[in-house]
Design a protein around this ligand. Structure first.
Ligand SMILES: [Fe+2]
Length: 291
Protein backbone atom coordinates (compact mmCIF):
# COMPACT_ATOMS: atom_id res chain seq x y z
CA UNK A 1 0.00 0.00 0.00
CA UNK A 2 1.43 3.34 -1.04
CA UNK A 3 0.64 6.87 0.01
CA UNK A 4 -1.16 8.78 -2.75
CA UNK A 5 0.03 12.38 -2.56
CA UNK A 6 1.58 15.20 -0.60
CA UNK A 7 -1.63 16.65 0.81
CA UNK A 8 -0.27 19.39 3.01
CA UNK A 9 2.95 20.76 4.40
CA UNK A 10 3.81 22.66 7.59
CA UNK A 11 6.50 25.28 8.05
CA UNK A 12 7.70 26.81 11.32
CA UNK A 13 8.36 30.47 10.54
CA UNK A 14 9.60 33.40 12.58
CA UNK A 15 7.77 36.12 10.65
CA UNK A 16 4.13 35.22 10.04
CA UNK A 17 3.36 38.70 8.76
CA UNK A 18 6.03 38.63 6.06
CA UNK A 19 4.90 35.13 5.10
CA UNK A 20 1.30 36.29 4.83
CA UNK A 21 2.09 38.84 2.15
CA UNK A 22 4.46 36.37 0.46
CA UNK A 23 1.75 33.70 0.31
CA UNK A 24 -1.16 35.89 -0.70
CA UNK A 25 0.38 38.86 -2.54
CA UNK A 26 3.21 37.05 -4.32
CA UNK A 27 2.21 33.38 -4.66
CA UNK A 28 -1.51 34.10 -4.81
CA UNK A 29 -2.63 31.53 -2.23
CA UNK A 30 -5.93 32.12 -0.46
CA UNK A 31 -6.02 32.55 3.32
CA UNK A 32 -7.76 29.70 5.10
CA UNK A 33 -8.93 29.46 8.67
CA UNK A 34 -6.07 29.70 11.19
CA UNK A 35 -5.69 30.87 14.73
CA UNK A 36 -3.43 33.51 16.31
CA UNK A 37 -0.27 31.42 16.36
CA UNK A 38 -0.76 29.74 13.01
CA UNK A 39 -1.91 30.57 9.51
CA UNK A 40 -3.18 28.36 6.73
CA UNK A 41 -3.38 28.84 3.00
CA UNK A 42 -5.45 27.26 0.28
CA UNK A 43 -4.54 26.34 -3.29
CA UNK A 44 -7.77 24.58 -4.24
CA UNK A 45 -10.95 23.25 -2.68
CA UNK A 46 -9.09 21.80 0.30
CA UNK A 47 -9.36 23.61 3.65
CA UNK A 48 -5.60 24.19 3.52
CA UNK A 49 -2.46 23.06 1.73
CA UNK A 50 0.19 25.01 3.62
CA UNK A 51 0.20 25.48 7.38
CA UNK A 52 2.47 28.00 9.11
CA UNK A 53 3.29 27.90 12.80
CA UNK A 54 5.07 30.75 14.55
CA UNK A 55 8.50 29.57 15.72
CA UNK A 56 12.23 29.92 15.38
CA UNK A 57 13.11 27.03 13.06
CA UNK A 58 12.36 28.74 9.73
CA UNK A 59 12.18 25.30 8.18
CA UNK A 60 9.75 22.57 7.25
CA UNK A 61 8.11 21.09 10.37
CA UNK A 62 5.80 18.39 9.01
CA UNK A 63 4.43 16.85 5.85
CA UNK A 64 0.97 15.38 5.40
CA UNK A 65 0.82 12.33 3.12
CA UNK A 66 -2.62 11.41 1.90
CA UNK A 67 -4.05 7.92 1.55
CA UNK A 68 -6.98 7.54 -0.86
CA UNK A 69 -9.38 5.37 1.11
CA UNK A 70 -10.18 4.10 4.59
CA UNK A 71 -9.21 0.59 3.41
CA UNK A 72 -5.89 2.03 2.28
CA UNK A 73 -5.39 3.61 5.68
CA UNK A 74 -6.03 0.28 7.39
CA UNK A 75 -3.58 -1.44 5.05
CA UNK A 76 -0.97 1.19 5.74
CA UNK A 77 -1.35 0.83 9.51
CA UNK A 78 -0.94 -2.95 9.11
CA UNK A 79 2.19 -2.38 7.08
CA UNK A 80 3.67 -0.09 9.74
CA UNK A 81 2.77 -2.69 12.40
CA UNK A 82 4.30 -5.58 10.48
CA UNK A 83 7.47 -3.57 9.84
CA UNK A 84 7.67 -2.66 13.52
CA UNK A 85 7.60 1.05 12.74
CA UNK A 86 6.61 3.26 15.63
CA UNK A 87 3.70 5.61 15.07
CA UNK A 88 1.14 7.39 17.20
CA UNK A 89 -2.56 7.67 16.42
CA UNK A 90 -3.32 11.40 16.35
CA UNK A 91 -5.27 13.02 19.14
CA UNK A 92 -8.78 14.26 18.38
CA UNK A 93 -7.39 17.78 18.68
CA UNK A 94 -4.77 17.21 15.99
CA UNK A 95 -7.29 15.54 13.68
CA UNK A 96 -9.63 18.50 14.15
CA UNK A 97 -6.83 20.98 13.52
CA UNK A 98 -5.75 19.24 10.32
CA UNK A 99 -9.38 18.72 9.30
CA UNK A 100 -8.88 15.02 8.55
CA UNK A 101 -10.89 11.98 9.64
CA UNK A 102 -8.03 9.66 10.53
CA UNK A 103 -4.34 10.38 11.04
CA UNK A 104 -1.21 8.67 12.31
CA UNK A 105 1.99 10.50 13.17
CA UNK A 106 5.47 9.11 12.62
CA UNK A 107 8.96 10.45 12.22
CA UNK A 108 11.21 9.89 9.23
CA UNK A 109 14.83 8.77 9.85
CA UNK A 110 16.00 12.38 9.52
CA UNK A 111 13.60 13.49 12.27
CA UNK A 112 10.88 15.12 10.14
CA UNK A 113 7.29 14.66 11.37
CA UNK A 114 5.29 12.68 8.82
CA UNK A 115 1.51 12.65 9.11
CA UNK A 116 -0.38 10.00 7.15
CA UNK A 117 -4.07 10.66 6.87
CA UNK A 118 -7.36 10.02 5.12
CA UNK A 119 -10.48 12.15 4.76
CA UNK A 120 -9.27 15.72 4.30
CA UNK A 121 -11.82 18.53 4.46
CA UNK A 122 -12.94 19.88 1.09
CA UNK A 123 -14.59 23.30 1.14
CA UNK A 124 -16.54 23.10 -2.11
CA UNK A 125 -18.98 25.54 -0.52
CA UNK A 126 -16.21 28.18 -0.33
CA UNK A 127 -14.57 28.08 -3.77
CA UNK A 128 -10.86 28.85 -4.11
CA UNK A 129 -10.13 32.30 -5.46
CA UNK A 130 -6.58 33.60 -5.71
CA UNK A 131 -6.03 37.04 -4.15
CA UNK A 132 -3.32 37.68 -6.76
CA UNK A 133 -5.36 36.44 -9.71
CA UNK A 134 -3.57 33.11 -10.27
CA UNK A 135 -5.86 31.16 -12.60
CA UNK A 136 -5.31 27.98 -10.58
CA UNK A 137 -2.80 25.54 -9.10
CA UNK A 138 -2.22 22.03 -10.38
CA UNK A 139 -3.11 19.85 -7.41
CA UNK A 140 -5.78 17.11 -7.44
CA UNK A 141 -4.30 13.63 -7.66
CA UNK A 142 -0.83 15.20 -7.94
CA UNK A 143 -1.03 16.78 -4.49
CA UNK A 144 0.16 20.26 -3.61
CA UNK A 145 3.55 20.17 -5.35
CA UNK A 146 6.94 18.90 -4.25
CA UNK A 147 9.49 19.25 -1.48
CA UNK A 148 13.25 18.83 -1.76
CA UNK A 149 14.90 17.71 1.45
CA UNK A 150 18.58 17.77 2.32
CA UNK A 151 19.75 14.83 4.39
CA UNK A 152 23.00 13.26 5.50
CA UNK A 153 21.18 9.94 6.08
CA UNK A 154 19.96 9.31 2.55
CA UNK A 155 20.02 5.50 2.68
CA UNK A 156 17.67 5.37 5.66
CA UNK A 157 15.48 8.21 4.42
CA UNK A 158 15.18 6.64 0.94
CA UNK A 159 14.27 3.31 2.48
CA UNK A 160 11.59 4.93 4.64
CA UNK A 161 9.85 6.71 1.74
CA UNK A 162 10.23 3.95 -0.85
CA UNK A 163 10.09 0.56 0.82
CA UNK A 164 7.80 1.60 3.66
CA UNK A 165 5.55 4.30 2.13
CA UNK A 166 5.66 3.24 -1.52
CA UNK A 167 7.39 6.14 -3.29
CA UNK A 168 9.10 5.12 -6.55
CA UNK A 169 12.31 6.46 -8.03
CA UNK A 170 11.65 8.66 -11.10
CA UNK A 171 15.25 9.50 -12.00
CA UNK A 172 18.49 10.95 -10.73
CA UNK A 173 20.51 14.04 -11.55
CA UNK A 174 24.24 14.45 -11.06
CA UNK A 175 24.71 18.08 -10.07
CA UNK A 176 28.31 19.19 -10.47
CA UNK A 177 29.21 21.28 -7.43
CA UNK A 178 32.90 21.56 -8.28
CA UNK A 179 35.23 19.92 -10.85
CA UNK A 180 35.74 16.97 -8.52
CA UNK A 181 32.43 16.77 -6.66
CA UNK A 182 29.05 15.84 -8.10
CA UNK A 183 25.95 15.66 -5.90
CA UNK A 184 23.54 12.86 -6.82
CA UNK A 185 19.96 14.08 -6.45
CA UNK A 186 17.17 11.47 -6.28
CA UNK A 187 13.59 12.16 -7.40
CA UNK A 188 10.58 10.14 -6.25
CA UNK A 189 6.91 9.94 -7.24
CA UNK A 190 3.79 8.50 -5.63
CA UNK A 191 1.30 9.68 -8.30
CA UNK A 192 1.61 11.15 -11.83
CA UNK A 193 3.54 14.18 -10.57
CA UNK A 194 7.13 13.56 -11.71
CA UNK A 195 8.41 14.09 -8.19
CA UNK A 196 6.62 14.77 -4.96
CA UNK A 197 9.83 14.29 -3.02
CA UNK A 198 13.47 14.79 -3.94
CA UNK A 199 16.45 14.03 -1.73
CA UNK A 200 19.78 15.82 -1.76
CA UNK A 201 22.47 13.81 0.07
CA UNK A 202 24.17 16.60 1.97
CA UNK A 203 24.26 18.12 5.41
CA UNK A 204 22.50 21.48 5.41
CA UNK A 205 21.40 24.00 8.01
CA UNK A 206 17.78 23.52 6.93
CA UNK A 207 15.93 20.30 6.13
CA UNK A 208 14.02 21.99 3.33
CA UNK A 209 15.89 23.16 0.25
CA UNK A 210 12.72 24.30 -1.50
CA UNK A 211 9.08 23.55 -2.11
CA UNK A 212 7.36 23.84 -5.46
CA UNK A 213 3.90 24.99 -6.43
CA UNK A 214 2.69 24.39 -9.97
CA UNK A 215 0.50 27.02 -11.58
CA UNK A 216 -2.09 26.23 -14.21
CA UNK A 217 -0.69 28.32 -17.06
CA UNK A 218 2.48 29.94 -18.38
CA UNK A 219 0.90 33.36 -17.90
CA UNK A 220 0.48 32.63 -14.19
CA UNK A 221 4.24 32.14 -13.87
CA UNK A 222 4.92 35.30 -15.89
CA UNK A 223 2.57 37.35 -13.74
CA UNK A 224 4.23 35.89 -10.61
CA UNK A 225 7.62 37.07 -11.94
CA UNK A 226 6.20 40.57 -12.33
CA UNK A 227 4.81 40.48 -8.79
CA UNK A 228 8.18 39.28 -7.48
CA UNK A 229 9.83 42.36 -8.92
CA UNK A 230 7.09 44.73 -7.78
CA UNK A 231 7.01 43.37 -4.21
CA UNK A 232 10.81 43.25 -3.86
CA UNK A 233 10.90 39.46 -3.44
CA UNK A 234 14.42 38.19 -4.12
CA UNK A 235 14.82 35.86 -7.08
CA UNK A 236 17.31 33.03 -6.55
CA UNK A 237 17.19 31.41 -9.99
CA UNK A 238 16.05 32.79 -13.30
CA UNK A 239 13.35 31.27 -15.47
CA UNK A 240 14.46 27.88 -16.71
CA UNK A 241 13.35 24.40 -17.70
CA UNK A 242 14.34 21.38 -15.65
CA UNK A 243 16.01 18.49 -17.43
CA UNK A 244 13.96 15.75 -15.78
CA UNK A 245 10.40 16.92 -15.05
CA UNK A 246 10.49 19.56 -17.82
CA UNK A 247 9.02 22.09 -15.38
CA UNK A 248 9.38 25.68 -16.55
CA UNK A 249 9.97 27.62 -13.38
CA UNK A 250 11.85 30.24 -11.43
CA UNK A 251 12.99 30.31 -7.80
CA UNK A 252 12.57 32.96 -5.11
CA UNK A 253 13.59 33.08 -1.47
CA UNK A 254 10.87 32.84 1.19
CA UNK A 255 10.89 34.97 4.36
CA UNK A 256 12.38 31.90 6.12
CA UNK A 257 15.43 31.65 3.87
CA UNK A 258 14.55 28.50 1.96
CA UNK A 259 13.35 28.76 -1.62
CA UNK A 260 10.03 28.38 -3.37
CA UNK A 261 9.95 27.15 -6.96
CA UNK A 262 7.09 28.56 -9.02
CA UNK A 263 6.49 26.41 -12.07
CA UNK A 264 4.16 25.19 -14.75
CA UNK A 265 3.85 22.45 -17.37
CA UNK A 266 5.72 19.64 -15.61
CA UNK A 267 5.41 16.22 -17.21
CA UNK A 268 3.35 13.40 -15.72
CA UNK A 269 4.74 9.96 -14.97
CA UNK A 270 2.90 6.88 -16.23
CA UNK A 271 4.24 3.90 -14.30
CA UNK A 272 3.28 1.48 -17.12
CA UNK A 273 5.86 2.92 -19.47
CA UNK A 274 8.17 4.99 -17.27
CA UNK A 275 11.88 4.24 -17.35
CA UNK A 276 14.30 5.47 -14.72
CA UNK A 277 16.96 7.64 -16.33
CA UNK A 278 19.88 9.80 -15.26
CA UNK A 279 20.56 13.44 -16.12
CA UNK A 280 23.88 15.23 -16.03
CA UNK A 281 22.44 18.71 -15.44
CA UNK A 282 19.49 20.02 -13.46
CA UNK A 283 18.22 22.25 -16.26
CA UNK A 284 17.93 22.18 -20.05
CA UNK A 285 18.20 25.97 -20.09
CA UNK A 286 18.00 28.88 -17.65
CA UNK A 287 17.78 28.57 -13.86
CA UNK A 288 20.89 30.72 -13.52
CA UNK A 289 21.56 31.46 -9.88
CA UNK A 290 20.71 35.11 -9.32
CA UNK A 291 23.18 35.91 -6.54
FE1 LIG B 1 11.96 21.69 -7.54
Amino acid sequence: MSVASLGYVGFEVSDLKAWDSFMTGFLGLMPGRGNGASARYRMDERAFRIHLDQGKADDISFIGLEVETWDGMRALRQRLDSEGVKYAPASDNLKAERGVRDLVVLTDPAGLQVEIYVGATALTNLPFTSPAGVSGFLTGDQGLGHVVLATDRIDEVRDFYTRLLGFKLSDTIGMAISPDFTLLLEFFHCNPRHHTLALAPMPAPKRLNHFMVEMAAFDDVGFAMDRMEKLGVKQTATLGKHSNDQMVSFYAVTPSGFDVEVGTAGIAVNDEVWRVTHHEVTSMWGHKRSH
